[in-house]
Each structure stands twice: as C-alpha cells, then as structure tokens.
Write a protein that binds this ligand. Structure first.
Ligand code: FE
Length: 138
C-alpha cells in the first residue's frame, strides 16, 4: 500500500520483532516508550552517516542535521525528507506533544518540538533505541 507521501507502509510482525530487538527497543518502538536521557547510544554521537529506522531500515535522518540539544537524546533539525516521518498529536502524560513515527513501519521514534535551531526551528527529539546509524563510507 502506498500512501499520499509515496512511502509504502508495511505491517510489522511483533512476534518476530520481539526476537530481534532488545526489550527496551521493543517497548520504545512499538509501545511509544522513552529511553532515559543520556542513556541511549546516540545522544552524543558525532560520527557521519545516515540514521535509519531500527525496525524497518528506512533512512530517516542525516548526521549533518544532528545538533547538540542538551536534552540527552539524539536531536535533528529535519528528517531526510518530510515524508519519512509521520507526525501525530500525542495527549499522553497530561501534555500535548507532537509524536513522530516511522512513515513506513509505524514504529515510534520520539517527539518534535518547535525550539530547534535554524533553518527549520524544529527539534526532532529521538530515542536512540529507535534508530540505527549506518556510518558513512570514506
Ligand atoms: Fe520503520
């Protein structure tokens, strides 16, 4: 199935995924969990490369859009293209936030805030557990 953005969506077999992911990764990606700040593997990573969805490998963010937010989570000012990430309103925990999911497999990535740097002013605040860095070849 192809939605209006051009990204084909896929169904995820959660039984298979439980075997492949760590329990924390499963909870975050499939149950919209959040890793504790400063504990994920990518919050301080500066290595060049492409950050992919940990579940389906869709290329989501480029390292040259990653910035130091001070939040303890990997933060980007834009995705590779707007259609890579599905945004929706999240009213959990007594707050209204914008949730960001992988546009292909629907896995939870994190939240988006409007206090990011230029040129977009946005901060895609992601869980390391939802991402997998493919290092650039040099
Ligand atoms: Fe995905």
């Amino acid at each position: 199935m192809t939605d209006s953005t051009g990204i084909s969506t896929i169904e995820v077999d959660e039984d298979e995924l439980r075997q492949r992911l760590s329990p924390e990764q499963f909870e975050i990606t499939r149950r919209a969990g959040t890793e504790r700040a400063f504990t994920g593997i990518y919050w301080d990573t500066k290595e060049p490369g492409i950050y992919k969805c940990a579940v389906c490998d869709l290329e989501l963010f480029r390292s040259d859009t990653k910035f130091e937010s001070g939040s303890g989570w990997p933060s980007f000012w834009e995705p590779i293209s707007p259609d890579r990430v599905t945004l929706k309103v999240d009213r959990s925990l007594g707050m209204v936030r914008t949730e960001a999911d992988c546009a292909r497999c629907g896995s939870h990535l994190g939240h988006v805030f409007d206090d990011g740097p230029q040129p977009t002013g946005e901060r895609f605040c992601m869980n390391s557990a939802s991402l997998q860095l493919e290092p650039a070849e040099d």
